[in-house]
Design a protein around this ligand. Structure first.
Ligand code: FAD
Length: 455
């Protein structure tokens, strides 16, 4: 592979042309939105919510309380209470509020609201249990997409909860590995130049594996989580499955990173299971973290290589608000283009670090994805040595387009009940209704050339 650090000006120009060409090709393979009337409806609801800050805040508060509501009447009362705080509610909302003046009206409004939240949740969450999700996972495989199952549940507060989460992960690994054995062969999804890629792939959150994960005592949390993570890694090893450790908010980052690298350095895990970690490009110090991970990968020479999933980061609002509240310096980029540029720089850093690692680029941003594909080719890399990842419900069209173009795409599929899913749902809604998000720009009809422009 060519040893290319930063492309020189003529190469940069050629790269830009390639990014636009590849982006155009992928966009051309997007399924027509006319074939998804429900999606179009969702998009209009999202647009309504993003156009009004007060309404957006009210809806987020509402989504938060849904799991705690005991009846439809209760649900409608909460909805009405939150919407009452919106000064100039748009017409459809104002009409709904009038309906809620009577008990029958409230029941109807409650039923509509409950089914709306459920419908929204089902767009992102593929089933309540791993067994009930197997049909969707097999459907994805048949469409040319691999998957990673995420068991919803975060910020565990008791040891019993952490034990239950670990049991659920073990159960998911078992069921997934058994079911996936019967799936037909899909060479693109199952091999790269480093060797075979497991069909069964589970993503876990360390905050759900221990109630003791605290920034002021990271060692305790790490030790406690290790007791549950080690058997999970052993189980994945026996089954030939992949275990991916998600990254959460900044206050747990050091503990998560140290935990994963320490466990994977143990003698018993030197040659398996396949495992991965996440790098968040919205963090200003992410290049240093990348260096730590890559140094470890180079010195450990573990097989199969560690998979590094590059993301922008899902806790942007949280990190910003928390830092401002405490008067700390803000750890995340505050200008979207700075975050996007860093994502591209890190894409290059990771791609150049192969074969010590496997690279997974997780984004719904056509520019970020096209850049990864173009840069990989510029380095002389094969398309099969680059994995592209999307979230279920947000990246479905991109997933289909990438699969149609012959890329390896993996869809991250949350599994769990509505209560466990609320935090996840709110994060997805926050992202989707942010004006700066790629998906929102795409939905607003920003022209392709602009969407693909260098950040
Ligand atoms: C398969 C998969 C797995 C994931 N796993 C994780 C995980 O383990 N941990 C995690 O944290 N996230 C994870 N994410 C979520 C990811 O971090 C992003 O939130 C999400 O993908 C949106 O980014 P984008 O590139 O698709 O879209 P874009 O619209 O290009 O980017 C949106 C992102 O940009 C950043 N941003 C928004 N506004 C600003 C601003 N003003 N200044 C600077 N930055 C800004 C935020 O990170 C925001 O999420 C995962 C995503 C995928 C697809």
């Amino acid at each position: 592979m060519t040893d290319l650090t930063e492309p020189a000006a003529p190469e940069r120009e050629a790269l830009e042309r390639e990014i636009h060409r590849i982006g155009g090709e992928i966009a051309g393979a997007f399924p027509s939105s006319a074939r998804h009337p429900v999606r179009a409806l969702d998009a209009r609801a999202m647009e309504l919510a993003s156009s009004d800050r007060e309404l957006k805040a009210a809806l987020f508060r509402f989504v938060d309380v849904v799991p705690a509501c005991r009846s439809l009447d209760d649900l409608a009362r909460h909805l009405r209470g939150f919407l009452d705080e919106v000064p100039d509610a748009p017409l459809p909302i104002a009409a709904a509020m009038r309906v809620s003046n009577t008990k029958a009206g409230r029941t109807a409004l409650g039923a509509a609201a409950a089914s709306g939240v459920k419908h929204m949740a089902h767009r992102f969450i593929i089933g309540e249990t791993p067994s009930s999700a197997l049909g969707v996972l097999r459907g994805l495989w048949d469409r040319g997409a691999a998957s990673s199952v995420d068991l919803l549940g975060e910020a565990t507060v008791t040891q019993a909860e952490a034990d239950r989460y670990a049991e659920r992960c073990n159960d998911a690994l078992q069921r997934l590995a058994a079911a996936a054995r019967k799936w037909p062969e899909r060479p693109i999804l199952e091999h790269d130049s480093a060797g075979p890629l497991p069909r069964a792939n589970v993503s876990v959150k360390v905050s759900a594996l221990t109630p003791l994960l605290r920034p002021d005592a990271p060692e305790r949390g790490r030790r406690d989580a290790a007791q549950r993570m080690r058997p999970l890694l052993e189980h994945a090893q026996r089954l030939g499955a992949h275990l991916h450790i998600d990254m959460e908010s900044l206050d747990s980052r050091e503990a998560v990173l140290d935990l994963v690298l320490e466990l994977l350095s143990e003698e018993q895990f030197r040659s398996g299971p396949s495992a991965g970690i996440v790098l968040q490009a919205y963090l200003r110090d992410s290049p240093e973290l990348a260096a730590t991970i890559l140094d470890w990968a180079a010195s450990s020479q573990r097989t199969p290589p560690l998979t590094v999933r590059l993301v922008k980061g899902a806790y942007w609002d949280h990190e910003l608000v928390q830092a401002r509240q405490h008067g700390w310096s803000v750890p995340v980029f505050e200008v979207k283009a700075d975050c996007d540029r860093n994502f591209e720089t890190l894409t290059g850093t990771l791609l150049r670090a192969r074969p010590n690692i496997r690279v997974a680029i997780a984004s719904h941003n056509l520019r970020s994805v096209s850049n990864a594909i173009a840069y990989n080719r510029l380095l002389g890399g094969d398309d099969s040595d680059l994995e592209l990842q999307v979230l279920r419900g947000l990246g479905d069209e991109l997933q289909d387009a990438l699969a149609a173009k012959g890329f390896r795409v993996r869809t991250y599929c949350p599994v769990g009940d509505l209560v466990a899913g609320m935090a996840y749902l709110v994060r997805r809604l926050l992202e989707n209704t942010s004006n700066e998000s790629f998906l929102s720009e795409q939905a607003r009809g920003v022209p392709l050339d602009q969407l693909l422009a260098a950040p």
